[in-house]
Write a protein that binds this ligand. Sequence first.
Ligand code: ASP
Length: 338
Amino acid sequence: MKFSGSHILSISQFDRSDIERVFEVADRMAPYAHRQRVTKVLDGAILGNMFFEPSTRTRVSFGCAFNLLGGEVRETTGFETSAIAKGESLYDTARVLSGYSDVIVMRHPVSGSVAEFAAASRVPVMNGGDGANEHPSQALLDLYTIRKELQHQGRSDLDGLRIAMIGDLKYGRTVHSLCKLLCLYRNVTVVLIAPTELQMPPAIVEQLRSAGHTVLESDVMEGSISKVDIAYSTRIQEERFADRAEADLYRGRYRLNQAIYTRNCEPNTVIMHPLPRDSRSEANELDNDLNDNPNLAIFRQADNGVLVRMALFALILDVVEQVDKNARDVNWYTERRF
Ligand code: ASP
């Protein structure tokens, strides 16, 4: 794909060489994300960060990625403080805000709304999550993390990957995008573990099968995670249910803790989660007793988000080859923390 000036709305836009390109640029962002070098390549550029649903990591890491490239961030959060609450259409909002920014990241509760917004925008728009539909930058950082974790184990290939996805696969947009991304690879085994009512949408299962992948569906976790490289847990997406009581029917159904991990998983199985993990006692999908497990990759995953989002900005705004020019070492105290 041509990155420069493009919207990033869905994983379906990418082919395998595009993914390689994103990952290669993400690797090159490490000295900046890891606070060893400073670049001002986007000095003067403005990111419009528009989040109409709760977010911590996605919003802050997109903003942080833009700042690390030298750009400035303007944020709009929540409907109440935006003119959308006065009845303004996405079309009008996009026409106006694309005059104030060089690139926009948007999260919105309605599937397809970010694409609708992008159609009216005069600058590139990135989908930071549209309802239960997609979360493309999360899938990219998830696969980047999987690749890194496997490399750490001495494996260089994503083909042949075995992954279990656990939890709310019906409404979880991160797993929707990740499945689409895995369709670009070969011979993947995907174990889908969810309550029957919250299984992966059939169209996505069909896409996986058409890509030649092995898809196994189950509503039981123990026994289903015994032969996987990756156990990818997800949160029950309460905000997509009619009410809390309906979400309560499923909350806490799948809880992974150290004892269950030891009993069921291979010693190298990597534990992932897009976060936030729901740590309330009635949910507790990933127990705190996993925090010292070296295969718990959830915080490395969040760190990797900055690298991948920097890469997307650098590619879309066409500055990849300029990033290292005029860069310098940091001149403040930094703890080695990556
Ligand atoms: N942060 C992810 C998302 O926005 C996962 C989640 O909220 O459960 O989709």
